[in-house]
Design a binder for this molecule. Sequence first.
Ligand SMILES: Cc1cc2nc3c(=O)[nH]c(=O)nc-3n(C[C@H](O)[C@H](O)[C@H](O)COP(=O)(O)OP(=O)(O)OC[C@H]3O[C@@H](n4cnc5c(N)ncnc54)[C@H](O)[C@@H]3O)c2cc1C
Length: 278
Amino acid sequence: MKIQRLDLSRLTTIGVGGEAEVWIVETLSDLQHATEAPYRVLGNGSNLLVADSGVNERVIRLGGEFAGWNPDFSGWVGAAALVPSLLQASARLGLSGLEGLHGVPAQVGGAVKMNAGTRFGEMADALEQVEIFHDGALRLYQPSELGFRYRHSALPRGGIVTRVKLKLQSSSEEGVRAKIALVDAARKGQPKKKSAGCAFKNPPGDSAGRLIDVNGLKGTAVGKAMISLEHGNFLVNLGGATAAEMYALIRKVQAVLPLELEWEIWGEIVPDEMEVSL
Ligand SMILES: Cc1cc2nc3c(=O)[nH]c(=O)nc-3n(C[C@H](O)[C@H](O)[C@H](O)COP(=O)(O)OP(=O)(O)OC[C@H]3O[C@@H](n4cnc5c(N)ncnc54)[C@H](O)[C@@H]3O)c2cc1C
């Protein structure tokens, strides 16, 4: 097991966040040791806004025996496996089930926790069984026990997804690639700048991006944090943005629209109130 103090801006896709003690956990006994004090679990850091002051808890990152999977998808898939790699590998084998997650830069564990996906499919649809570490031991769950709904799961308190069994259907490489192309077409126009994906959940029957757009908020900026001109639900880091700037931008949107944040906030963000006032 490796323990290092790291800047979380290096471990999050939006490139924002201060320091934390990062525990790279590779075995069950590492996991038991790492969870003896307050902790958080970091996946690929693609749905997180971390405070500029970092976090005080241990940050657990899975690796080693929690990262692998069999090339033919038999057996268990480690929670630290990257969803884009799994999707490409499943496409080559003509195995269908993960296409709805095309473009989601998650680890499997993070995708389970968030029930990540698109209108073409979500993580819960592709799960047969989930192995979760909590209260010192590994336990197996059926997806129906994990309270999945839109961008939400109800994992046991403090639960760490360690492995999953995927439910993939036999198809053809062309069939899987055709579905990926559909999702890809729907993602066109999403910004390439550093972000954590959609900042807000879509309200029932509507799109947060559309609401932000029609309210004229696209292009609003606080320092180096900006609402993308390409997609209203993407709050992007133009380079060197702080968590306080990102948070002030979130508050500006929420002052106009009652949108629920999809991103998870880690640590104490102290927004600059001058920036928040419209
Ligand atoms: C460019 C871009 C596009 C995106 N598009 C989409 C999209 O189309 N659909 C979508 O749903 N999301 C999208 N996202 C958001 C993000 O990829 C998802 O929310 C994803 O599920 C986060 O996974 P992660 O591994 O990065 O988790 P992190 O961001 O690291 O963590 C998110 C949450 O999961 C928890 N977690 C992580 N690993 C584990 C584990 N092993 N066990 C238990 N909990 C864990 C964390 O503690 C945290 O609560 C996008 C993000 C980006 C940057």
